[in-house]
Design a protein around this ligand. Structure first.
Ligand code: CMC
Length: 416
């Protein structure tokens, strides 16, 4: 273990401190680099930059391991509900029975929306993408919530986001808005708000509820990804929680990030429609002159299997089998995965399926339309975004403000 590293720049020696994480991450603290040497670092896409210290989740990309507050994702999936996981991520420890009861009851207490939210929704065009609708509604929600306690804001968002997602869904499919049922748990209530028909009783399918619970847990946090970084960056400027989360949603919508779940199904449908020639599509993904990429493959951190993708594949197989669906898309996805994993391009670049490769197949089996997939991802990621916002404030992280290498004109005069 080194406590400093030495830099030799043009014959001058500099020492920079080294920081270690609990799971053996190591970093050179270069915050005084420019002050001491005149140099800055250049790292487009922040591929090699640690922007904060965090204790929420940990990824070992080489081993393909994911921990939430120290617990392996495989254990959380088996033993916890999404609400217990949300509590863990937000508060650092799993709740005991009394804590879980009080957390769930507080969420139910905030399970209502101001009538103006419905009026605002009425003015958003039907053809707008659900992620645009959800992030707009989340942003404006701020206007109607007056919280004295910061902790209450987190509970408001946990309570209201499923309602906003259900309103968005029902606007898209043309159904009347539904109301939460306070007798139900979080996942059952979410399903009822999506799929129940007014004046008819609604019984959810436990297989579907279990799959949805698992998917939301798989999405719950993933350290400094693009949307979480967006949330932290906004928060570092002292922007409010709702606007920071709304911005995080907009980042998540991007097709290289959470929007990949919609893009994967669209890609698989295109492959099927065009005759199912997998080899041709793999060649297309490898061709540098073609902008096409194999959606749902590759990850900035994982250079091994994404553990979430392994679980999602298993859940997809179970759901499809238990619901008795025959899904050619699942068979195609498995075939595509096998072929890609045998191909030297994917082997050399360490490109493995990520969470989005199989999650859309599960959402489709549950009855969620393609353009709502990323909305479901956002529901799952909410506790992670909020925990990072909270941590960023507690750490007193400075305002995020990278430098640049300017390559424009040198100083010049206007000639007139
Ligand atoms: N298909 C074909 N080639 C790929 C792919 C892919 N899916 N992903 C990466 N590559 C190649 C890329 O062309 C590059 O090749 P080269 O070194 O010859 O230029 C190399 O692999 C490294 O890729 P990169 O783009 O520099 O890696 P990155 O860390 O900047 O990007 C990524 C990560 C996830 C954006 C990228 O792998 C990708 O575009 N994947 C498809 C979209 C996707 O599935 N996104 C969901 C990510 S997981 C869920 C989430 O966190 O939101």
């Amino acid at each position: 273990m080194y406590s400093v590293v030495n830099f030799n720049i043009n014959g001058y020696h500099y020492k920079f401190p080294v920081i270690y994480g609990t799971c053996y991450d190591k970093a050179i603290n270069i915050s005084k680099l420019r002050e001491s040497t005149g140099f800055i670092t250049f790292d487009p896409g922040f591929k090699n930059t640690g922007m904060t210290k965090s204790s929420i989740s940990f990824i070992d990309g080489e081993k393909g391991e994911l921990l939430y507050r120290g617990y392996p994702i495989e254990q959380i999936i088996k033993k916890c509900s999404f609400i217990e996981t949300s509590y863990l991520i937000l508060n650092g420890e799993l709740p005991d029975t009394a804590q879980l009861k009080s957390f769930s009851e507080r969420i139910k207490k905030f399970n209502h929306l101001h009538k103006e939210m419905n009026q605002i929704l009425d003015h958003i065009p039907n053809f707008y993408h659900p992620m645009g609708i959800l992030s707009s509604l989340t942003y404006i929600l701020d206007a109607f919530i007056d919280c004295l306690q910061e902790e209450d804001m987190y509970i408001h968002l946990l309570a209201k986001l499923p309602m906003l997602a259900a309103l968005t869904y029902r606007k898209k499919v043309g159904g009347p808005p539904t109301h939460p049922d306070h007798h139900l748990d979080y996942i059952s209530n979410l399903l009822k708000m999506f799929f129940s028909v007014p004046n008819q009783s609604y019984e959810h399918n436990p297989i579907i509820a279990d799959a949805l619970n698992k998917l939301l847990i798989l999405h719950a946090d993933h350290e400094q990804n693009c949307s979480t970084t967006t949330v932290r960056l906004l928060g570092s400027a002292h922007a409010g929680l709702f606007s920071s989360i709304s911005a995080g949603m907009t980042a998540l919508w991007g097709r290289l990030h959470g929007g990949a779940n919609q893009a994967v199904i669209e890609m698989l449908e295109d492959i099927l429609k065009s005759g199912g020639n997998i080899k041709k599509w793999i060649e297309k993904a490898k061709n540098k002159k073609d902008p096409f990429r194999l959606m749902g493959f590759g990850h900035r951190i994982y250079k091994n299997f994404d553990p979430r993708a392994k679980i999602a594949k298993q859940v997809a197989e179970n759901v499809i089998q238990e619901l008795g669906i025959s899904d050619p898309i699942l068979e195609l996805a498995k075939n595509l995965e096998e072929n890609a994993l045998r191909d030297s391009y994917f082997i050399e670049k360490k490109l493995y399926p990520n969470i989005d490769f199989y999650s859309g197949i599960i959402y489709q089996a549950i009855g969620i339309p393609k353009d709502m997939f990323t909305v479901m991802f956002a529901l799952g990621r909410l506790p992670g975004w909020m925990a990072h916002w909270k941590e960023m404030k507690l750490n007193r992280d400075p305002i995020g403000r990278p430098r640049q290498i300017y390559i424009g004109y040198k100083k010049r005069n206007i000639k007139k």
